[in-house]
Design a protein around this ligand. Structure first.
Ligand code: MCN
Ligand code: CUN
Length: 790
């Protein structure tokens, strides 16, 4: 480390420091759950229902037990006898671990087979004979609410007599209705139905675990693909009755989570039961089809939205009604107090005076899960609806979509801004982001080009999305998951030689925490990130944390890390004062060093202070240099962005070609611009996906139509355009380093920019909305209807 007059250069905030974890990933030295091998380990396979709704009349496991290598077969009845047939979901519902007397969706777990090899387990699963009696299937949530719909959850009928899970509303209905009545008379009202389809996060690594129970010590160790190891351990303790300190959950390297690894799945629980039953370690790893068909899906929101505005297009009120399809069990990961997550960010970046939102959630014969996929608790759906609606309003009043946004943005001086639905946006400057995007992409020029092309019969569209996100749950008094408050944590140990071990409560599944959290400490202590190792994911060693989702790691865990590092620095100051024989107030700090004010050469480096903490500590202090912080944020952070997409449409095939896509993001203070850029590239691709390709569709019998990557289209390098990025920086006023989250922003912001561009290309022939995914077939049908197909 070289010391300059400004102190050593430590690669702190704002530096594109190369990812420390990549040293192992690019050498093939990552350590994923499926890499865990234990002596005597058994392998599992799951028998799954071919029916979407059926009674189970009988299960015969005798043939399966005769398959060579099969060691045990566990059924729902076995679990029932042990009191383990049901498990709590993250939304307070109970979900069948293995179905006992009925199945509620195709691919539901029915029996768990363990064997000496993965192949024997598969043969065993094929030999289990299940006698089903098919029942009527409901896949449409509207039909699920019909009075004659079959009741899917008779187990809940005492508290839930229909398929409706909840009705939830927020906002001021009377004031909103009054604003609409006024707009009907003297202004404009726009309305639109839209469906945000069911999609799937589809991480490259599917879900799985290895469960190992040591009967001698009574300790259960579970390596599992988990975005929330501590929360999962607590739920395991509650379900199993095992003491929590005798359960160790280790989430090793995770090959992509995207929300898919937040819920607890039956396979994890069955592997634990099988390990207890057989006395041997049990590995369960899903295949691709199991992952796509049975684990946490996302979206599936049927939305009706309305905006009331004056004749010039200044917005007055927003009214939204949504039917949320939660599938067979309500297993959505979301804060307890907000059943529709943070859907109430749907007033977006605009200054609505009034709003009212109602959501009805229903059961259908589809897999449970919900809200996963880079979404921040339903923010994706909220952002999609408001950005589509602003375009609809622009058409209605004959204004450009950019102009209508600039006219209605919350003004920079209005922050902190309280939204009509009661949320306090911490900071923002929406106009600056949109103006930067317009300037960078050459908006006016593009509009001229579009007009010329339109005159020649060519179809070109420009779409804008000026979204606002809401990330960083807690505060703990408002946010909890299954009762556990959503704070997060960091523990820092500075060793005598000045090297650092930091343990964090959040779990990384690819976002680069081992680098960025080291950079936060580097910035606070003036120690190179290379001298800071960041550990996470092992409940025996990491401080308690709520997990990584909803882009909360930087807003909450990052804040805990900065605060813990500041505690270290406070103690270091005391030690330095002792060593230098001056008062604490006589010391100045520069990165990595305290020195005596007025005599810069008289100082102590953080390394010297660390050594003294263990060798020559002031008698009035505890020896050592360690600190821990549990951070409960005072507010959420509100990152935002303005995206502009340019598309050309092929009149012969209906194909949408994305010619340009520019993303201006603002996540406050940036820790590592290279990692943020990577997050944005990946997130934009996952925003492109539902816009043009992905949908987890079902036929009327409840058969999953997207059970593999031939039918469920994820974009590859071929489909992905060259992303252009830029940024503005509006720090969070309450975060210790001013950082906001960013992981989900691009996926939240992108789909509607693309949808708006396609609708813009066809607006002159009266098209106002096309539901995503906007497939060539849908576009071609419109071209045909409008006489534009060639
Ligand atoms: N970062 C930064 N400066 C900021 C904000 C963030 O340098 N102002 C860095 C962070 O320190 C972190 C990364 O960017 O290294 C993302 O940070 P953050 O926005 O805090 O989000 P999380 O770390 O909580 O990640 C979760 C988020 C979610 S919810 C999904 S889903 C998702 C995503 O991130 N899943 C991912 N990005 C993913 N990226 C990969 N590779 N794999 C996943 O599974
Ligand atoms: Cu909602 S997907 Mo991320 O929050 O794990």
């Amino acid at each position: 480390m070289t010391t300059t007059s400004a102190g050593p250069h430590v690669h702190g905030l704002g530096e594109p420091y190369k990812r420390k974890e990549d040293a192992r990933f690019i050498r093939g030295k990552g350590n994923y759950v499926d890499d865990i091998q234990l002596p005597g380990m058994l392998y599992a396979d799951i028998v799954r229902s071919p029916y979407a709704h059926a009674l189970i009349k009988s299960i015969d496991i005798s043939k399966a037990l005769q398959v060579p290598g099969v060691v045990a077969v566990i059924t729902g009845k076995d679990l029932e006898a042990a009191g383990l047939a049901w498990m709590p979901t993250l939304s307070g519902d109970s979900e069948a671990v293995l179905a006992v007397d009925r199945v509620l969706y195709q691919m539901q777990e029915v029996a768990f087979v363990v064997a000496e090899s993965r192949y024997a387990a598969a043969d065993g699963a094929a030999a289990v004979e299940v006698d089903y009696e098919p029942l009527p299937v409901v896949v449409d949530p509207h039909k699920a609410l019909a009075p004659d719909a079959p009741l899917l959850r008779p187990d809940k009928k005492d508290r839930q007599p229909t398929n409706q899970i909840y009705h939830w509303e927020t906002g001021d209905r009377a004031a909103t209705d009054a604003a609409f009545a006024e707009a009907e008379q003297n202004g404009v009202v726009v309305r639109q139905d839209m469906y945000v389809p069911r999609i799937h996060p589809a991480p490259i690594e599917t879900c799985g675990c290895v469960a190992d129970y040591n009967a001698a010590t009574g300790k259960l160790t579970v390596w599992m693909t988990s975005q929330a190891p501590h929360a999962h351990r607590t739920l395991f303790a509650i379900v199993s009755g095992l003491p929590e300190h005798r359960i160790r959950v280790i989430s090793p390297d995770v090959g992509g989570g995207f929300g898919n690894k937040v819920p607890i799945y039956p396979g994890y629980v069955c592997a634990v039961v099988a390990a207890l039953k057989t006395g041997r370690p049990v590995k369960w790893i899903e295949d691709r089809t199991e992952n796509l068909t049975s684990t946490g899906f996302a979206r599936d929101y049927h939305i009706h939205a309305e905006i009331a505005a004056d004749k010039e297009g200044t917005v007055k009120a927003l009214r939204v009604y949504t039917l949320a399809d939660h599938g067979a069990f309500d297993a959505a990961a979301q804060p307890t107090k907000f059943p529709a997550g943070l859907f109430h960010i749907c007033t977006g970046s605009y200054d609505f005076k009034h709003a009212h939102v109602a959501v009805d959630a229903v059961h259908t014969n589809k897999a449970p899960g919900g809200i996963a996929y880079r979404c921040s608790f339903r923010v994706t759906e909220a952002s999609y609806l408001i950005e589509r609606m602003m375009d609809t309003l622009a058409r209605e009043v004959g204004k450009d979509p950019a102009e209508i946004r600039l006219q209605n943005f919350i003004k920079p001086e209005a922050f902190p801004y309280r939204s009509a639905l009661g949320w306090t946006y911490d900071s923002g400057n929406y106009e600056r982001a949109l103006r930067l995007a317009m300037e960078k992409i050459g908006y006016e020029e593009l509009r001229r080009e579009q007009a010329e092309k339109r005159a020649r019969g060519e179809l070109m569209g420009i779409g804008i999305s000026s979204f606002t996100e809401i990330v960083g749950a807690g505060p703990g008094k408002h946010f909890d998951i299954a009762g556990i408050q959503m704070f997060d944590s960091c523990e820092i140990r500075v060793h005598p030689t000045g090297k650092v071990l930091a343990r964090i409560g959040v779990q990384t599944q690819g976002q680069g925490h081992e680098t960025t959290f080291a950079q936060i400490i580097a910035a606070e202590l003036g120690i190179s990130p290379d001298d800071v190792d960041v550990e996470h994911g092992d409940t025996d060693t990491a401080p308690y944390g709520l997990g990584t989702y909803a882009s909360r790691s930087t807003p909450v865990g990052g804040a805990a890390t900065a605060v813990a590092a500041r505690k270290i620095r406070d103690k270091a100051r005391k030690i330095a004062a002792y060593l230098l024989e001056v008062g604490e107030e006589d010391l100045e700090w520069e990165p990595g060093r305290f020195y005596v004010r007025g005599s810069p050469s008289k100082g102590k480096t953080i390394q010297e202070i660390a050594f003294a903490a263990y060798t020559n500590c002031p008698p009035y202090l505890e020896p050592g240099l360690e600190a821990v912080n549990y951070y409960d944020p005072p507010n959420l952070t509100y990152p935002f962005g303005s995206y502009i997409c340019v598309v050309d449409i092929d009149r012969g095939t209906g194909e949408v070609h994305i010619r340009r896509f520019l993303a201006v993001d603002d996540c406050g203070t940036v820790i590592n611009p290279m990692i943020v850029e990577g997050q944005i590239h990946g997130g934009l691709t996952q925003g492109l996906a539902p816009a043009l390709y992905e949908q987890l569709a079902y036929d009327e019998n409840g058969n999953v139509l997207g059970s593999n990557f031939q039918d469920y289209l994820i974009p590859t390098a071929m489909e992905t355009p060259r992303w252009e990025t830029a940024r503005t920086v509006t720090p969070s006023p309450h975060h210790p380093i001013g950082a906001k989250g960013v992981g989900e922003s691009p996926t939240v912001g992108a789909p509607q920019a693309i949808a708006n561009a396609v609708v813009d290309a066809l607006a002159h022939v009266g098209v106002r909305h096309i539901d995503i995914p906007i497939t060539p077939w849908k576009v071609w049908a419109i071209l045909k209807e409008k006489g534009l197909a060639t």
